[in-house]
Design a protein around this ligand. Structure first.
Ligand SMILES: Cc1cc2nc3c(=O)[nH]c(=O)nc-3n(C[C@H](O)[C@H](O)[C@H](O)COP(=O)(O)OP(=O)(O)OC[C@H]3O[C@@H](n4cnc5c(N)ncnc54)[C@H](O)[C@@H]3O)c2cc1C
Length: 490
């Protein structure tokens, strides 16, 4: 079955160059070898044109926030891919820039001998700009293929301002989308020609060293990236992501209704793998389907926007799918249709108005960014969440909401609160620099929300949260034992 047309976007108007040497899949956002419409599309083109397939997976050093933490996670994935593609008829080339700008020209060098270049459609961070530049520079067709979620982003024609409206839209449209799933392993049985990576290109842009691929700290230390943001305990890559999906679905999903309690430890923790595209929504939903004996025929389009009742799965799975599909894909939608998705001006008018009316209110604490970064506020719970973020690259969702609300209360102005949240989130969070980063952070400032009373200092009508009520409502003891203040000896 061909890749669905509503998932393919031609980024330039160049034709296929049928008589050239190879088809290139430029892997940038869906960093996985299966359940990927983009890889599937590249395989189809290679088979149709009877040309070898090259998979190029590059990693830049010159982007804001590049650090040991994110590099390690992506390079773990490259090592998985090198092993995965090695016995297959695919020339896989992992490339890690040794210095900023060193990768310039690599795609063009492959592109000038390519029949077509296929890449991942991803509406966020620097990727759309990078892809637009590539589309203009390449003299051959460049296609972006969207495997980000269950709903192709391009099916909507506007940014949705409310989750409820987006959910209704999904309930109407998803049944048709669920008729076509990406192949779990598109290179397994494809009639691909044997492929080799062009030697001259490899000589100029060599494949990532074995030392880097196997996780050698000294090799990572040589790269010009932020070494202050350290690697985390988890290994990245599609293989660990696949194992985590299985473990979550088998052991924790049925307790997902307890997700707000940090001590319950029931959430999937999959967001870093989703962010780097090492795990796909389709694969997660498939795992849930297998576990629950569910099939897409069970969805109820008449659910009409209700949070429970559409999927026809267990209640716990419905709750999880609402996060994974409604909330996650709402963020993708905003990034595609609201060019200023990461700018203060894109907040709803009521939110900007009420924040402006309270811009001159006295802020109680007077913290600056450095003090927040070092988790040195007078709020023990906030400090704990910030410490967890800095050390592990993650933060529990409920605490993330509280964390943001406290920053809004402390920063001298709301625009600065936004800048601080983006800095701390995108610098430390493994899942940062993602559509969800901006939907979460902008939710703190009123996006996707409504006005709340009573009107308060600083917040105005923006929803308010306190650490005291979080402590009353949530099971937090073990969390605070782990991340709370270190006992002082003097
Ligand atoms: C201030 C703030 C900043 C945030 N920054 C990010 C970020 O940088 N990256 C990020 O992926 N998420 C972000 N979120 C959303 C949410 O906190 C995380 O997606 C979630 O905590 C990830 O943990 P998990 O994978 O265990 O989630 P689970 O509860 O297991 O959910 C599964 C998946 O559903 C999606 N999801 C869950 N909750 C949300 C949500 N509230 N909004 C959108 N999608 C959701 C995620 O893709 C998640 O991996 C932020 C939220 C807030 C309030």
């Amino acid at each position: 079955m061909p890749t669905p047309a509503d998932r393919i976007r031609a980024l330039n108007e160049r034709p296929l160059a049928r008589d050239r040497d190879h088809v290139v899949y430029w892997m940038t956002a869906a960093r996985r070898p299966g359940s990927s419409f983009a890889l599937e599309r590249a395989v189809d083109l290679a088979v149709e044109l009877d040309r070898p397939l090259i998979v190029l997976e590059p990693l830049r050093v010159g982007y804001r926030w590049a650090s040991d933490r994110f590099h390690r996670f992506v390079i773990d994935g490259m090592a998985d891919h090198a092993a995965f593609f090695e016995p297959r008829a695919v020339a896989y080339h992992p490339y890690v820039e040794p210095e900023a700008g060193a990768g310039r020209g690599l795609l063009a060098a492959l592109g000038e001998r390519a029949c077509a270049v296929v890449t991942d459609d991803w509406p966020c961070f620097f990727l759309p700009r990078m892809q637009a530049a590539a589309a203009a520079a390449l003299d051959v067709r460049l296609e972006a293929v969207d495997g980000n979620g269950l709903m192709p982003i391009g099916r909507a024609d506007k940014a949705f301002a409310r989750a409820h409206d987006f959910r209704r839209y999904l309930h109407r449209e998803l049944p048709r989308q669920l008729e076509r799933w990406p192949l779990p392993d598109p290179t397994a049985n494809a009639a691909l020609r044997p492929a080799t990576f062009p030697e001259d290109v490899a000589a100029r842009w060599p494949r990532a060293s074995d030392a880097l691929l196997r996780g050698d700290a000294a090799a990572l230390a040589k790269l010009p990236i932020d070494h202050g943001v350290g690697v985390v305990a988890e290994r990245g890559g599609f293989a660990s992501g696949r194992d985590l999906v299985a473990q979550f679905v088998d052991e924790r999903l049925e307790r997902y209704e307890d997700r707000s309690h940090p001590d319950a430890e029931v959430v999937s923790t999959l967001s870093p793998w989703l962010h780097f595209g090492q795990v796909s929504t389709h694969a997660i939903v498939r795992a849930i389907a297998d576990r629950e004996g569910w099939s897409p025929a069970e969805v109820d389009p008449k659910a009409n926007g209700n949070r429970v009742g559409f999927w026809g799965t267990s209640v716990a799975a419905e709750g999880f799918l609402d996060q994974l599909v409604t909330w996650r894909e709402l963020g993708l939608n905003m990034c595609r249709y609201e060019p200023g998705y990461d700018r203060y001006a894109s907040l709803p008018a009521w939110a900007k108005r009420t924040l402006a009316e309270h811009a001159k209110d006295t802020r109680p604490a007077g913290y600056d960014l450095a003090r927040l970064e070092a988790a040195q506020t007078d709020d023990e719970l906030w400090n704990a969440a910030q410490r967890e973020l800095v050390e592990t690259g993650r933060m529990h969702n409920y605490l993330r909401m509280l964390w943001g609300k406290k920053i809004l209360g402390w920063a001298p102005m709301p625009e600065l609160a936004l800048a601080w949240m983006i800095t701390l989130n995108d610098k430390y969070a493994l899942d940062g620099r993602d559509p969800n980063s901006y939907s979460g952070i902008f939710w703190v400032l009123g996006r996707y929300d409504r006005a709340w009373g009573p009107e308060r200092d600083v917040f105005g009508k923006i929803r308010y949260m306190t650490s005291d009520s979080a402590r009353r409502k949530l099971k937090l003891k073990r969390y605070l034992d782990r991340w709370g203040e270190a006992p002082t000896l003097f």
